[in-house]
Every structure is written in C-alpha cells, then in structure tokens.
Design a protein around this ligand. Structure first.
Ligand code: AMP
Length: 471
C-alpha cells in the first residue's frame, strides 16, 4: 500500500517522501480514508503507531481544499501535554511544508503575550493544551467558532490528568457541525462515555492493544545512581543469564558507549540508532535474533519499525522523556502469553519521569532491592565517567565482537567482574553508596541468585501517583 493509493495530495506525499516514509503504518492506512470521507473517528492507537500523521495528513488535505482567508482556526488539535503539543505542531508543519497553511501551538508554562500576538495574525491549525487554550478563550484571544475538525489526542491521558471539565468547556465553544477525531490508547468507561457524547456514528479503529501486553510484563524498578547503572546492568545480565536483552538509552552516543562497556564486561552487544545505516541495523537485529549477541542497545527512534518482539528482557537504562514511550518499549516483551521482564534503572534525577509513567499506567511499578554487585569505582577528578573502565582487569580480547562472532568463554568467567579499585569491591546489603535503598526485613538474602526472568525482589512501590494538571 502506498500513500498515493490513500488519495493523498502530491504535496503531502512529497513531504512524506522527504521524511523517508515509504508506506503508511496500519493506523494511517485505516484512519486516513475514513477522515477524508468526512467521518468521525474513535481510534485506539498509541504513540509510536504513526497516529499523528494519521490525523494530520487528512486534516491538511481537507483544509487545503477549502479556500479560506479567515483568521480563525479551522482545525483544533487538543493534546494533554506541552511536549506533545510541540511535537504534534512540528509534525503538522513538516507534513504540510508544501501547502500554505498556518499552524500555531499554544501551551502553558510560557509567556501568554507572544501567543496572543500570533493568534491575532491568524492560523489554520491550532494545536493546544486545554488549560492555556481556555485562558486565551476567556481573554477573547481566540475564536473557535470556525473549527471544522476537532481532534482529541491521547484522550485517556487527558482524563487521567483531570482535564475532563476543561475538555467539555472547549467543546462548548466549538460549532455543532464539525468532524471529530478521538484517539485513545485505552478504552475505559469514562473514555466510552466521552466518545458517546462527542462522536457521531464514528468509524471505530483498533490498532494495537498494547496495554494488554503490558499487563503481562513483569515490571520492576531499580533505584540506582547514574554511575552504577552500567555495573548493575552487567550484573543482572550475567547473573540472570539473560541471553537476549533489548536495552534502551536516550541518546545515540549513550547507546554506543553502553555497547562498548558491555563488551568490556564480556557481554556481546550491538547498538542501533539513527547514525547507523539501515543495513547495519538489520544486521545487528539479525545477530540478536539468532542469539549471536546477547544485548541490543537501542535508541527509541531506531527501535521503531524494527520487528523486535516477544523478547524475554527489556531494560530501560534511562527512562524515556515521554511516558508513552515506556509502554511502547516494554510492549516488546511478554507478548502472546510469553512471560517477559521489563527492568528500569532509575537514578534520582529521573524520579519525575517515573511518576509520569506510573500516572500513565495508573499503577506504581514495584521497586526491587538492588542486588549485591560490583561497584564501579568512584569517579576520578577530571575523568569522564565512561573512561573509568576496569582497565587493569579487562580480559585480553577487548575488541568488540562482530555480529555473528561468539565470545570466547573466558569472557564469561570471573574476569568479567574485576576487582574494584575502591577499597571495598562489593556493595554490601543495605549499603547505599549509590543511593540505593537498604533491603527491608524478610527479603531475599544477598547471595541468592535471581530467577531467569529477572529475579526481582519486590516491595510495593509508592502509592498511586497524584493526579494533577498543568497549564
Ligand atoms: P506517532 O505515533 O505519531 O508519535 O509516530 C511515531 C513515529 O513514527 C514518529 O517518529 C513518526 O515520525 C514516525 N512515522 C509516522 N508515520 C510513519 C511512516 N509511515 N513510516 C515511517 N515512520 C513513520
């Protein structure tokens, strides 16, 4: 299937080709024709499925075909967070770069005046978070009476964040004759209720029931300082005899560095990220699937579009900035009834991100006691953390394993855990040199090996994350 066959304008298919998109994703293939036909939509699709282009492309096409010189927006895209607002607006601009439509984004936390000025100049497509949009509406800065297409993106998250009253207030300001597109990753009673009041005879489109997959994943958090993450990760992989683990880092540089560090620890690894050619990514993936390498270190973007699923282990070496990406990442394990484990290594600066994820999941993720592992030595002054290798103890063959190449067994032995240069090479139970929590009574004694799926020792995590809203 091609974008042309969906009936999209050449100006849009050209912009898609510029971005390197070859074919529509499943959600795009299903929603684009329905939207172009003027129908309301209720779509169950999460971030990562390509839903943004799914609603943006037909909106651009519809608005382009309606000649209009009014200043008031004709499409309103309501999203829950500032980050998403900025992302969606970027997408609209990028997909619409060969059309002459104006896009404006409104969100809170920044000065209102430049937004007011921009509203005065007019726009065709308005992307906004509910609170700030209502602020503008109350001040008479925005006229929503010309909105012909209304998008409620991530509706479930909107409700989680307590936006229902604001959403209803916004809807009251829209004209009654309009097309409504609602996207939600999950369908709760509340979502169904909102859909019923908002949508008219909608096309219902269900893409991936990722939440079901996520529920079957054994999720756990280890609270650990940044500079101990690598040593803990190597420990978990080796002691848990994980043979196939997908590890997410936030940056390409971080992926490369971690891949090298794992190799130094005797764990065969490869990295995939945006700087690697498609060919290199495909090869790394093939080696990983064939168990020629144990660890695949990936950035979020690189992992998209790759067919990696039903993995036994996924590790968030760093938490994603966007909570949905967590769901997307861990959705790669535990599918089709297979048990899977998702481990997140969370340093203190990431606690806000963890809260956001728990709010999205509507549950807290159990915190496991950090097992006894060999600590990385403390940072030496003026030394980059990644250079603090266990050089004196590295096994002789420290060159990275190539795809398809198995490490000699010497890598699997005691040499992999060199003695730390700090006085005490082992972290003892209850010590918290890395900010780790002491074990609580009744938990597994320190020498016990973890189980194959991770051997996490659990204690209840924090109680339900607070609900809140920001403007
Ligand atoms: P979204 O679910 O809208 O957040 O999109 C997820 C990611 O997929 C974004 O980085 C998009 O740029 C990308 N994307 C969307 N549609 C396609 C496509 N047809 N082919 C390749 N990548 C896409």
């Amino acid at each position: 299937m091609s974008f042309e066959s969906l009936g999209l304008l050449p100006e849009l298919t050209r912009a898609l080709a510029d971005r390197g998109y070859v074919e529509p994703t499943p959600v795009q293939a299903r929603v684009i024709p329905e939207i172009l036909a003027g129908r309301d939509i209720l779509a169950g699709a999460q971030t990562g499925t390509g839903k943004t282009a799914g609603f943006t492309l037909p909106i651009l096409q519809e608005l382009h075909s309606l000649a209009n010189h009014a200043k008031a927006p004709r499409a309103l895209i309501l999203v829950p967070t500032r980050e998403l607002a900025a992302q969606v607006a970027e997408s609209v601009k990028s997909y619409g770069k060969y059309l002459h439509l104006r896009t404006l984004v409104l969100f809170g936390g920044v000065s209102i005046n430049p937004q007011t000025d921009a509203l005065r100049r007019g726009c065709d497509i308005l992307v906004a978070t509910p609170g700030r949009l209502l602020d503008h509406a109350q001040q008479g800065n925005v006229d929503l009476s010309k909105v012909a297409i209304f998008v409620l993106d991530e509706a479930d998250r909107m409700l989680d964040m307590g936006f229902i009253a604001d959403i209803r207030r916004v809807i009251k300001k829209l004209p009654s004759k309009r097309q409504n597109l609602m996207f939600s990753a999950t369908y709760s009673e509340d979502i169904r209720g909102l859909a019923q009041s908002l949508l008219r005879n909608p096309a219902e489109i269900e893409i991936a029931r990722r939440n079901a997959a996520v529920e079957s994943v054994d999720q756990v958090v280890y609270k650990v300082s940044k500079d101990q993450k690598r040593a803990l990760l190597s420990h978990l992989i080796q002691e848990g005899t994980w043979n196939q683990v997908l590890i997410f880092t936030r940056t390409k540089h971080g992926a490369n560095r971690l891949m090298k560090q794992l190799e130094q620890d005797g764990i065969e690894a490869a990295a995939i990220h945006g700087n690697k050619s498609q060919n290199a990514r495909t090869q790394a993936l093939a080696a990983f699937k064939q168990f020629k390498i144990r660890a695949l270190v990936a950035t979020e973007v690189a992992s998209r579009g790759l067919d990696i699923k039903e993995l036994p282990h996924v590790v968030n070496y760093e938490l994603p900035n966007v909570p949905e990406d967590y769901v997307h990442r861990i959705g790669r394990t535990g599918r089709a009834g297979a048990s899977g484990s998702a481990v997140s290594l969370v340093s203190s600066d990431e606690s806000g991100l963890l809260k956001d994820i728990e709010r999205l999941l509507r549950k807290s993720i159990p915190v496991a006691t950090v097992p006894v592992f060999k600590q990385a030595p403390p940072p030496a002054a003026n030394t980059e953390p990644e250079r603090r290798s266990f050089s004196g103890n590295r096994s002789q063959d420290s060159r990275p394993a190539r795809s398809g190449e198995r490490r000699p067994s010497s890598h699997q032995g005691a040499k992999r855990h060199p003695t730390s240069r700090s006085g005490s090479p082992f972290q003892s139970r209850g010590e918290s040199s890395s900010g780790q929590r002491p074990q609580s009574p009744g938990q597994r004694p320190s020498g016990q090996r973890p189980s194959r799926t991770g051997g996490h020792q659990r204690r209840s995590g924090p109680s339900q994350a607070p609900r809140g809203r920001s403007r």
